[in-house]
Design a protein around this ligand. Structure first.
Ligand code: R5P
Length: 312
């Protein structure tokens, strides 16, 4: 019988510690160092021969996070782990998931190839930018959702006249799942992107006048999409505007943009550790969901029945 061993790279140690605590285990010993030029060196200090190894690491920038995970996977495979399972709370490089113009890369597929070739046996990740990225992998892939945690938060708030808003067409499935579970209506914002990280021309499809709003999104990066949506909703007569986002990348001046906006509260998860916090941002932890997913995978129990957004 194989045994369960959980390790964390350096990308989100606080979350990894919470996951391990929830499972009642200690994180395994993984030594990670940098050469003077920055190259990464990884060594498992525990014997992992024959073990089912779970390595926790989000792959948000810098690319060192991704590289560290690849090196740890290779090290685990070469140390004769039984199975190497990657637990990736945030799957980076997912936004480029097709050739939307000539001569560009499909980075989501590239990263999938890198994980597979480095020796991963399984990937567990949360709120992928596009669920079809699962198809880029030929190894078992568990896609889980943070919605249970965020929905609980808003159920407790019991906000009257709440309408769920998707800030773009791509987010409509996620918004519908929230609307179903919170038993409220849904609206859509029609957004165009002239270039990456720029947002333009927005129309609201649906009625938001005198309604309280919850904007749901998988990623907030520059916060341009999000703050433009808040502005548009307010201009169309919305009352309080809340936000929920799984992966708070919050690059550049995103935090300042959020602070200047008329958002009442933005709820984010700890899939990515936040460097800069605003009073308008509240963090909820996804430790229990990921811990449960690890436990269930290890015991060969169903993960999808627990987390499938379509079933609850
Ligand atoms: C778009 O498809 C995503 O769901 C997010 O809305 C987008 O990536 C957010 O980017 P930014 O914060 O840079 O506008």
């Amino acid at each position: 019988m194989s045994n369960l061993k959980i390790f964390s790279c350096r990308g989100n140690l606080p979350l990894a510690e919470k996951i391990a605590k929830h499972l009642g285990v200690k994180l395994g010993k993984l030594e990670i160092k940098n050469f003077s030029d920055g190259e990464i060196w990884v060594k498992f200090l525990d014997n992992i021969r024959g073990s089912d190894v779970y390595i926790i690491q989000p792959t948000n920038p810098p690319a060192e996070n991704l590289m560290e995970l690849l090196i740890a996977t290779d090290a685990a495979k070469r140390a004769s782990a039984n199975k190497v399972n990657l637990v990736i709370p945030y799957f980076g490089y997912a936004r480029q998931d097709r050739k939307d113009q000539p001569r560009v890369s499909i980075t989501a597929k590239l990263v999938a190839n890198l994980f597979t070739h480095s020796g991963a046996d399984r990937v567990i990740t949360m709120d992928l930018h596009a669920p079809q990225i699962q198809g880029f992998f030929d190894i078992p892939f568990d896609h889980i959702y943070s919605s249970a945690v965020i929905i609980n938060y808003f159920r407790k708030k019991n906000i009257p006249n709440l309408v769920i808003v998707s800030p773009d067409v791509g987010g409509i499935k996620m918004a519908r799942a929230y609307a179903t579970r919170l038993n409220c209506d849904i609206c859509l914002i029609d957004k165009r992107r002239p270039k990456a990280n720029e947002v333009e021309v927005m129309n609201i499809i649906g009625d938001v006048k005198n309604k309280n709003i919850l904007i749901v999104d998988d990623i907030i990066d520059t916060a341009r999409t999000f703050t433009a949506a808040v502005k548009m909703l307010k201009a169309n007569g919305a009352k309080d505007v809340y936000g929920a986002c799984t992966h708070p990348i919050l690059s550049g001046n995103a935090v300042e943009r959020i602070e200047k906006s008329e958002i009442k509260k933005l709820i984010v998860t700890d899939s990515i550790p936040l460097q800069k916090i605003s009073n308008k941002v509240e963090i909820v932890t996804i430790n229990k969901i990921l811990a449960e997913a690890i436990q269930r995978t290890f015991e060969n129990k169903s993960v999808s029945t627990l987390f499938d957004i379509n079933k609850s």
